[in-house]
Design a protein around this ligand. Structure first.
Ligand SMILES: Cc1cc2nc3c(=O)[nH]c(=O)nc-3n(C[C@H](O)[C@H](O)[C@H](O)COP(=O)(O)OP(=O)(O)OC[C@H]3O[C@@H](n4cnc5c(N)ncnc54)[C@H](O)[C@@H]3O)c2cc1C
Length: 429
């Protein structure tokens, strides 16, 4: 890895340091590389390239078009485009003939690993535990040492699994996070009629139910809070929310209206893919034909409010939409209960210098910078933590390249990347 200036013995200095090397920061590094040569570093906690390992179940697919890769919406000629990846790795004809409408998640993970290698700015195994600020620069620390200083920061640390409060004291082993399910099952024998409960009615919950079927389980209960297991709305009109023209409209709305719009639009982002639902229902139907019973019991309209364990069995209490409580027990409970942004690992002093909104969250400006005392001398940008201010596209891959382009433009203080979204036939109300 290259460092820009060595201002402190042994501690490299960069113009821009990124925390995390997920798709968000890889996209930023790609679009910024020519303009900050050798001056960007991404610090990644994982020991090597990985994208949501543990959630790449067989058959799972990206819910976003592959044209929305790391760069193409801002610069389709960039060397880390998905198309260039296919050509350079020799798989373009095999890929085309497989005729995917949505690409396998595993392929996206491979693409990201390839792009990271091409960009050569990622420092793996560097979990940044604290970022401080002294003498007009940021200092990045791991648990062991100070590893870098930087003029500007791009925080792209993604999300972590959300665990409902009632599971706080659950025994390890009987309650597992969706991302640990595969590894957990690899440590034990599947007993077909052992009861398993999957909590969470979104895409990950559906995928866990399907994965358990594939591993031989035949007594699966799938619990979701919504009134039904709602499909993702991937229609042309729903996709209008995922374009720069809508983002501009959205940012002009008052805060409360933005919140109301976001919750009304949630199924354009958080529903279950139609293909996944169809597969689940077909697997149930085919089991009915062959075994005389359906292996997956669908339990929507239920909120788990209490969980307890005894002798290796977990009991869940659910409040039902229609009123009343209901009890379910299982040997294994899988949590697919959503994700939440990771905490910003900033020092107390740095946090004090940031403006916060009514809920205590840092204020994110339209260019994804945080409003803080030493902006614009030292800038802090955030990726994937502005859902309320920037809409549902922010936690998604859809406008990844556009967001990175906005950040690069803002750092350079000129419109290097022109974001064009014309010929809009929808007039927002
Ligand atoms: C299974 C799954 C599938 C998804 N599929 C889609 C999809 O098809 N379409 C779509 O639009 N969205 C999808 N999403 C949502 C979202 O687009 C992805 O979560 C995406 O990976 C977010 O990118 P990111 O770079 O912001 O975060 P992440 O991909 O989570 O990357 C953040 C990285 O930062 C690292 N990190 C965190 N803290 C630190 C630290 N302190 N120091 C150093 N490194 C740190 C993490 O190890 C991680 O590698 C999916 C989400 C999941 C969970």
């Amino acid at each position: 890895m290259r460092s820009h200036l060595q201002r402190e013995a042994g501690v490299p200095h960069y113009t821009v340091a990124g925390l995390g090397a997920g798709p968000a920061n890889l996209s930023f590094a790609a679009l910024a590389e020519d303009h900050f040569p050798g001056q960007i570093a991404l610090f990644e906690a994982r020991s090597g390239p990985a994208w949501h390992p543990g959630l790449l179940f067989p058959g799972t697919q990206l819910q976003t078009s592959w044209i929305k890769d790391l760069v193409s919406l801002a610069d389709p000629r960039h060397r880390v485009s998905f198309l260039n990846y296919l050509v350079r790795t020799g798989r373009v004809y095999s890929f085309l003939n497989a005729q995917y409408t949505a690409i396998p998640r595993l392929e996206y993970a491979r693409y990201l690993a390839w792009a990271a290698e091409e960009l050569a700015v990622v420092h793996y195994g560097q979990d940044i535990t604290e970022v401080g600020y002294t003498d007009d620069r940021f200092t990045l620390h791991t648990a062991e040492r100070t590893i870098a200083t930087a003029d500007h920061l791009v925080l792209g640390m993604g999300t972590r699994a959300h665990v409902p409060e009632c599971f706080g004291t659950s025994e390890p082993g009987s309650v597992v996070l969706a991302e640990n399910l595969e590894a957990h099952l690899n440590t034990r024998d599947a007993r077909p009629y052992e009861q398993v409960i999957v909590v969470g009615g979104g895409q990950t919950g559906a995928e866990c139910a399907l994965y358990l079927l594939g591993r031989g389980f035949r007594d699966i209960r799938w619990i979701g809070r919504r009134h039904w297991f709602a499909p993702l709305d991937d229609s042309p009109s729903a996709n209008d929310f995922f374009r720069p023209s809508y983002l501009r409209f959205f940012q002009g709305l008052p805060g409360q209206t933005r919140q109301a719009h976001t919750s009304r639009q949630v199924l354009t982002s958080d529903g279950v893919s139609m293909e996944t639902l169809q597969e689940l229902y077909r697997r149930n139907y085919e089991a009915l034909l062959s075994d005389g019973r359906t292996p997956v019991m669908m339990l929507p309209g239920r909120t788990v409010v209490d969980a307890s364990q005894r002798h290796g069995t977990t009991t869940l209490w659910c409040e039902r939409d229609g009123g009343g409580r209901e009890r379910h027990t299982a040997r294994l409970v899988v949590l697919a209960t959503g994700r939440t942004p990771r905490e910003l690992p900033v020092s107390g002093e740095l946090a004090e210098l940031m403006d916060t909104d009514g809920s205590g969250e840092p204020v994110v400006e339209p260019d994804y910078s945080l409003r803080w005392k030493h902006d614009p001398v030292n800038r802090i940008f955030v990726q994937n933590r502005a859902r309320l201010s920037h809409g549902l596209a922010d936690p998604n891959l859809s406008l990844l390249a556009v967001r990175s382009a906005v950040i690069v433009n803002s750092l350079l203080q000129r419109e290097l990347y022109e974001i064009r979204d014309e010929h809009v036939s929808t007039i927002w109300g």
